[in-house]
Ligand binder design. Structure first.
Ligand SMILES: [Zn+2]
Ligand SMILES: [Zn+2]
Length: 189
């Protein structure tokens, strides 16, 4: 079994099924880690991944790279795009990997009718270079967003809830949480 097929199976277990997003995401994650000279499927403390979409491919990325929200090593940015950026926080080296197929304007009709088995076989045997574009980028990561012990902890002057990792705003010298400072995604009933 190829390394890809092995990691695909694990990503499928993690996600719940092997769908098109898992097939592509597994390949993208392998390609991203290899571009940074890291070993796919193995946890690497130097790696942080920014994923631009909260859909299937991000579960594959998490599974292959062993990055996660809870370890502060997987950063979802809600751009809704089929792309992810792989950062080596030790060296600052970073690459944004974009799925070419997802961005084709005139999608191949034949490819649309591809079964998951056919897609899997095609992706397994196609080099990453033919499936993805690579942009060498630089990413500015706030020290509060790096894995490790919390650096800043505050308590909101209005709601009294604790705010980790420097996410508070200062107003009149006092810390406020984002909800109290900016308004929230929820409304209390
Ligand atoms: Zn899926
Ligand atoms: Zn508050």
């Amino acid at each position: 079994m190829s390394e890809y097929m092995d990691l695909l199976e694990k990503a499928g277990d993690f996600h719940g099924d092997i769908c098109g997003g898992i097939v592509m995401g597994t390949k993208l994650a392998i390609f991203g880690m290899e571009t940074l000279g890291m070993t796919p499927g193995k946890k690497d403390k130097r790696l942080i991944v920014f994923t631009e979409i909260d859909r299937c491919i991000s579960d594959a990325i998490s599974s292959v790279t062993k990055t996660s929200l809870g370890k502060k090593s997987l950063k979802p940015v809600g751009y809704g795009k089929f792309a992810a950026t792989f950062v080596n926080i030790e060296t600052g080296e970073a690459y944004r990997i974009v799925d070419i197929g997802a961005n084709k304007k005139d999608k191949d009709k034949e490819l649309d009718e591809e079964t998951i088995e056919e897609l899997t076989k095609r992706i397994d045997t196609t080099p990453g270079e033919d499936l993805f574009t690579v942009q060498k980028v630089t990413v500015n990561i706030d020290k509060n967003d790096l894995p490790g012990k919390p650096l800043e902890i505050a308590t909101c002057a209005e709601c009294n809830e604790v705010i980790m990792d420097g996410k508070h705003h200062l107003k009149g010298g006092k810390p406020y949480c984002i909800s109290c400072y900016n308004g929230s995604y929820y409304a209390i009933l």
